[in-house]
Design a protein around this ligand. Structure first.
Ligand SMILES: [Zn+2]
Length: 238
């Protein structure tokens, strides 16, 4: 546990709050003091040049306090996966329901996700279930798009990354963020089409975007717009 000398607190109307710590970092490459709110990671980064005094970096942050607070308003409300909570997954709204004595693990029935076992494991079990559902979805969609360009792919892994929604390695392995399951399907499919197109072109050249346009049925710009506007909300579910 790191001790933070500086932090911001977001207070919500429902009485809950979030503490967003500030991480100061001296950097050789830094040319000026810079504040970067990393909202998905829930941390504010302040980087400053080696020749700048730490106290000056703190002063700088003090002066920008209102701006930082404004940025923090963009952090969406937290949703905790618990008995009774509601989540939208693959465009379907489900209510989480705990049935302690059932012997079926986690399962979907109509608008419910039922979870058996100890309540203390409910959160992790539901997440594991959603991850494995997403792996099935990603695998099927990856097959679908890869077939369109006649390409083979390697392993598919489902991750919890904060920096990217998907990635494709030169050996054909593809990774996706399971949190895309909380996004609209046209957005999920865009990410899959994007990563599959990297099987042919490992860059973002004109040729690459032509492949995306060829295989993806939706509007890539709309999907990107959705992610830049609402992407953060996919991290608010925990
Ligand atoms: Zn890419």
């Amino acid at each position: 546990m790191k001790a933070y000398e500086y932090s911001f607190v977001i207070k919500r109307p429902d009485g809950t709050s979030d503490v967003i710590p500030v991480e100061f970092e001296r950097s050789i490459r830094s040319k000026s003091i810079r504040i970067t709110p990393q909202l998905a990671k829930k941390v504010i980064k302040v980087t400053y040049p080696v020749y700048v005094l730490h106290s000056r970096a703190v002063d700088f942050l003090e002066k920008q306090k209102n701006w930082v607070a404004k940025q923090l308003e963009k952090v969406p409300e937290k949703i905790t996966i618990a008995d009774g909570s509601k989540i939208t997954f693959l465009e379907h709204e489900y209510k989480i329901s705990h049935i302690p004595n059932a012997r079926r693990g986690v399962w979907i029935e109509d608008d419910y996700i039922f979870v058996s076992g100890d309540i203390e494991f409910l959160n992790r079990r539901v997440k594991d279930f959603l991850k494995s559902e997403m792996k099935k979805y990603f695998t099927a969609k990856t097959h679908f798009y890869a077939k369109k360009i006649g390409k083979k792919f390697g392993n598919i892994t489902v991750k919890d990354t904060t920096s990217r929604w998907g990635s494709c390695a030169s050996n054909g392995n593809i990774a996706y963020s399971w949190r895309l399951g909380f996004a609209p399907i046209f957005v999920i499919d865009y990410i899959v089409a994007h990563e599959v197109s990297h099987l042919e072109e490992l860059n973002h050249s004109y040729k690459f975007w032509r492949i995306v346009k060829d295989i993806y049925e939706g509007d890539a710009n709309e999907a990107q717009k959705w992610l830049s506007r609402h992407g953060l909300s996919l991290y608010s579910i925990d």
